[in-house]
Design a protein around this ligand. Sequence first.
Ligand code: SF4
Length: 362
Amino acid sequence: MVYLHVPFCRSFCTYCDFYSELCGRGASFKAYADAVCGEIAGRKDEIRSSRETDTLYVGGGTPSVLPPDVLERIVGEIVNARGGEGGFSEFTVEVNPEDIIEKGEAYVRSLLRMGVDRISMGIQSFDDQLLRWMNRRHDRGHALEAFRMLRRAGVGNISIDLIFGLPQLTGELWRQTLETALELSPEHISAYQLSVEPGSALARMEEKGTWSAAGEAQCMEQYGTLCEVLSDAGYHHYEVSNFARPGFEAVHNSAYWRRVPYVGLGPGAHSLSGNVRRWNTRHMPSYSSESEVLSEEQVRLETIMLSLRTDTGLEEDRLRSMADNQSVDRLLGEGALVRAGGRLRIPEDHFFVSDEIIRELV
Ligand code: SF4
């Protein structure tokens, strides 16, 4: 299971704190590719032995700003490191709509030829005013056309990202957003509640008092609309923020939630091997890596937090061995935890308050 971080963006979105550099400033794509290929050569054994889940996920940043030959070179090195074997069980690339519009269907077909079988597109909203506020580079028309271009080029598994919980997003506008998304019929939808990340432009706006977050009631209502509309449309709500047509649940992300070991490549990427977490420094093009051994306590917290955000939860015995049992019993009595097949999970109607439930358990 390999993650490749592509730390380039054409501009920065209001809410984002992911590690990324502005295109055209500082490091070139070639210098980036040289550095990542060097890292791959030095981590061959890890890449070879990280195939319990055999996926490749290219995220960012904005991977779709990379010229296809640059991505192809890096993917080729990853395949070589695996002993020449391609054929990932899932190969996802994140794209932004404006790149698909600019580069056209030929670009998408070049991704498919590389073995990509899943595209995740950052749409966020279909409302032009909201998109401008987010400082996105696309508008509604671009988002719709880019989606159709992906389909025309032959992409059979498309995920789209949406954001809710903005104070300017009315209940009606959110419902329309979801209806527009359903008209496109994506295989997968990730819908995230807006959060203020330290270091983002939004955090600075909040500090200056020029922006304040939506209230809890508004966010909860929008989350309720999300669950209702997507469940009526037949989507499987398999993680707090993720919905899929049955059979299209993300293999790579689902493995993260089970704490399957993975190799993260590129500046800013994280890796997990047993109880060792490793991360690459956020520096381009030359970066180094640091690591820490996770304590039993850290593993316990991560295991509970990640598994209880999914609809499969955790084996009851295991959860009881790691959590406060009185809280487990009380949450079961209140319906905030339910039993299914020897496992305990948070039911969908309590997903919105999953963080509080998890806090009570740990
Ligand atoms: S949301 Fe995506 S495109 Fe926007 S700044 Fe963050 S990584 Fe870049």
